[in-house]
Write a protein that binds this ligand. Structure first.
Ligand code: HEC
Length: 130
């Protein structure tokens, strides 16, 4: 390569690097958020149920611990055509075990701070239990 071509060569290489960087900069916002965009409500619901919702500490799939089993709750809500999302936003009252409602109520601070989408995801997850 002739010495006089060097500045041009450097220019082209630099340009390439810049455009490559731009490309990753455009791709990056897509990749990390992919998880939330493509995450199904049921998966999100399970994540919330076992994670920040802390629901799993009182609700198990098929046995009563502190709270009724998820199966029992889903069965009652199916029979009555009721909405879990509404219940955990304090828009509707207890249908499963009203005598223990006060214990469940302590968790409304968590669920009412959630987005409507998150509450719906919890409903979808719980209603998937047969
Ligand atoms: C501290 C224990 C505790 C935690 C944590 C808890 N629950 Fe409960 N839950 C209860 C108890 C006790 C009941 C029974 C009282 C009742 O039916 O309201 C209940 C009942 C329910 C019911 C049935 C309500 C009805 O109509 O009677 C739903 C739905 C429910 N919980 C969802 C959740 C979800 C979702 C979470 C997490 C965001 C959660 N619970 C976290 C103790 C808890």
């Amino acid at each position: 390569m002739k010495a006089s071509n060097l500045p041009f060569f450097v220019f082209v290489v630099t340009l390439n690097m810049i455009s490559c960087n731009e490309k990753t900069a455009v791709q990056n916002p897509i990749d990390p958020s992919k998880a939330t965009i493509t995450q199904m409500p049921k998966e999100l619901g399970q994540e919330l149920f076992e994670g920040k919702g802390m629901c799993a500490s009182c609700h198990k799939a098929d046995i009563k611990v502190v709270g009724p089993s998820i199966q029992e709750i889903a069965k009652t809500y199916r029979e009555k055509g009721a909405s879990i999302a509404a219940f955990i936003n304090e828009e509707s009252g207890p249908l499963v075990d009203p005598s223990q409602y006060e214990i469940m109520k302590t968790n409304f601070a968590v669920t009412k701070a959630m987005s409507a989408e998150e509450r719906k995801a919890l409903e979808v997850y719980m209603m998937s239990f047969e």
